[in-house]
Design a protein around this ligand. Structure first.
Ligand code: SGN
Ligand code: CA
Length: 564
């Protein structure tokens, strides 16, 4: 199927209609709340100090924590399909992936589905989106947009907006700061007589985790703890956990990911060559001053590393430490950016009547099971951070244990704006759990479905259910290229295309067997999901119960079952 690019709506520069605003910000006599939705790309809850992990205590996030202190922290927030474009489609439509069409990364989205911002617009809201859009259609339902190209770049990235004639134009600066700058521009220039909804979608901390110049050496002397299940050998699990290609030990690239540029010059394998090309492309974007600062930090570090000739577990530990440090450096800039937006709201008297949401398009592995990346239904990527502040309806310091999912965001925003949710929207408004309690009729389980195989990282297709205590996962699908529908046929020239062709040529994809296999976890006794209980004595009843639940989801939601 062809990758569909459609221009869904023409947005106007906000300056065109903001000129008749009355008085700054008190113009909000309209009681409907403003909405600021901040979504990072691949931000794990493990690296937000409000969530309390050991890792985050060593690299705190005071501004994101401030939101939690003044609002509600969701302890059990999840996505439906742990990947960027599908998650963004869930956000915009309030629908599961098979309902909105965006099941895989590069293919899908039924543009006839309503985006919640279109409904807000119709109801008189002024809407904007800045940063990583990453949908397979142009922004629709926005008065203002200023978006990055595809995944975006960290240094001096290109953006496009209605004022750039459809072209992506290079801007000087770091992606996180530029995205914030354009967000504040929207807030400054908006029509102050109308309520607004602004989506701030950061590129960071997406792979390859390139820190901002001022944070290059941050945390250098800290030794970060490794997760207890880092050395998982996948015994007792289905083959999917062992055949993925997202392990820090085997798959994290010394050149692109860990910035050992020196190894790239002598790239021996085709894989190293791709890795070198990717890193070089990013470094070549820098100004000479930025490049100098970069080299000043990484060159001596790399010299020491190359000199040490690390092998085996020592090499893997080095990779882990340096991955975590670069990732956390990117988070530091994100935390600053959140602080800037909160200060703006304080200064402009917007705090009380604005709901501020902080989340990520999915979770991320910080070494759990030995991994980076996401995609799997195991907790760290299935879960996502979710924090909301709305002084009018949420008491400071609230915590929620309710099972919530990214299909709930659109219904929440619509309900807050007093707009009736379209009947077909699957999610529920989170207002029902804003007080930290769980109403009797709130959901007791969640459905998950990942479809993107064969693709980057080779995670097999799977769906499953999670209750408060248990999780049942079903891995399924044809191996080899039989099931290929997506990246493999996508644009030649992309990194995805090159890497997948290479993996296929090396037999990784062609040799893959079909899979039809289950896993069952007791999250209370085994929160790290190390002990697959499926088929074990004593678990017959709970297995049956969960299987019925899963079958009901598939049936009631009309999930296509061609490959089960
Ligand atoms: C790129 C990354 C992958 C990542 C996908 C999807 N490779 O392909 O590691 O899983 O994006 O990420 S890279 O070498 O090009 O960085 S997502 O957040 O957009 O879903
Ligand atoms: Ca992502």
């Amino acid at each position: 199927m062809k990758h569909v690019k459609k221009l869904c709506a023409l947005a106007l520069p906000i300056a065109l209609y903001s000129c008749n605003s009355k008085s700054p910000d008190q113009g909000n006599e309209n009681e409907r709340p403003n909405i600021i939705y901040i979504m990072c790309d691949d931000h794990s809850y493990q690296t937000i100090s409000a969530y309390g992990s050991q890792l985050s205590k060593l690299a705190p996030t005071p501004n994101i924590d401030r939101l939690a202190d003044e609002g509600i922290l969701f302890q059990k927030a999840f996505v439906e399909n742990s990947l960027s474009t599908p998650s963004r489609a869930c956000l915009m439509t309030g629908l599961y992936s098979h309902q909105n069409g965006q099941r895989q990364l590069a293919e899908g989205i039924d543009t006839s589905k309503v985006f919640f911002t279109e409904l807000l617009q119709d109801a008189g809201y002024q809407t904007g989106v800045v940063g990583k859009w990453h949908m397979s259609c142009e922004p629709k339902g926005f008065d203002f947009y200023h978006i990055l190209d595809d995944q975006g770049q960290y240094y001096n990235p290109t953006f496009k907006g209605p004022d750039t004639n459809g072209e992506y134009i290079r801007e000087e600066g770091y992606a996180t700061s530029l995205t914030t700058k354009h967000a504040l521009r929207f807030l400054d220039e908006r029509n102050k007589d109308k309520p607004f909804c602004l989506l701030i979608h950061h590129k960071a901390p997406h792979r390859n985790w390139m820190p901002e110049e001022k944070y290059l050496g941050l945390y250098e002397d800290i030794e970060f703890p490794m997760p207890e299940n880092f050395w998982d050998d996948y015994e007792g699990k289905c083959s999917a956990s062992a055949t993925q290609k997202m392990s820090i030990g085997k798959d994290m690239e010394l050149v692109q990911d860990l910035k050992v540029e020196e190894l790239g010059a002598a790239a021996a394998t085709p894989y190293d060559k791709i890795s070198y090309r990717s890193l070089k492309g990013e470094l070549d974007r820098m100004t000479p001053e930025e490049r100098e600062a970069w080299d000043k930090f990484y060159k001596p570090r790399n010299a020491k590393f190359l000199d040490a000739k690390l092998e085996g577990q020592e090499l893997i530990k080095w990779k882990y430490q340096n991955y975590i440090k670069d990732y956390l450096r990117c988070i530091k800039s994100i935390d600053d950016a959140v602080g800037e937006v909160l200060n703006y709201l304080d200064k402009n008297n917007l705090k009380e009547n604005t709901i501020v949401v902080y989340t990520s398009d999915q979770g991320f592995y910080m070494g759990e099971h030995g991994w980076f990346d996401k995609r799997f239904m195991y907790e760290e990527s299935f879960r996502t951070p979710l924090i909301m502040r709305y002084p009018k309806a949420i008491k400071a310091g609230t915590k929620s244990e309710a099972l919530v999912q990214n299909i709930d965001y659109a219904p929440t925003f619509l309900s807050l704006a007093g707009i009736e949710k379209p009947e077909e929207m699957s999610g529920n408004s989170l207002e029902a759990v804003f007080d930290g309690e769980k109403p009797a009729d709130w959901r007791n389980s969640l459905y998950y479905h990942y479809y993107d195989y064969p693709a980057f990282h080779l995670v097999r297709k799977h769906d499953g259910v999670r209750t408060e205590r248990y999780k049942l996962i079903h891995f399924y699908g044809q191996g080899g290229m039989k099931g290929a529908t997506t990246h493999y046929q996508t644009t030649p020239g992309t990194r995805e295309y090159r890497v997948l062709h290479m993996l296929n040529d090396a037999g990784y994809i062609t040799d893959a067997p079909d899979i039809n296999c289950n896993e069952l976890y007791d999250l209370q006794n085994d929160p790290q999901e190390m002990n697959n209980l499926y088929g074990k004595d004593g678990y017959e009843d709970i297995t049956k119960e969960l299987q019925t639940l899963l079958d009901n989801y598939r049936k009631n939601l009309n999930v296509p079952q061609d490959e089960y």
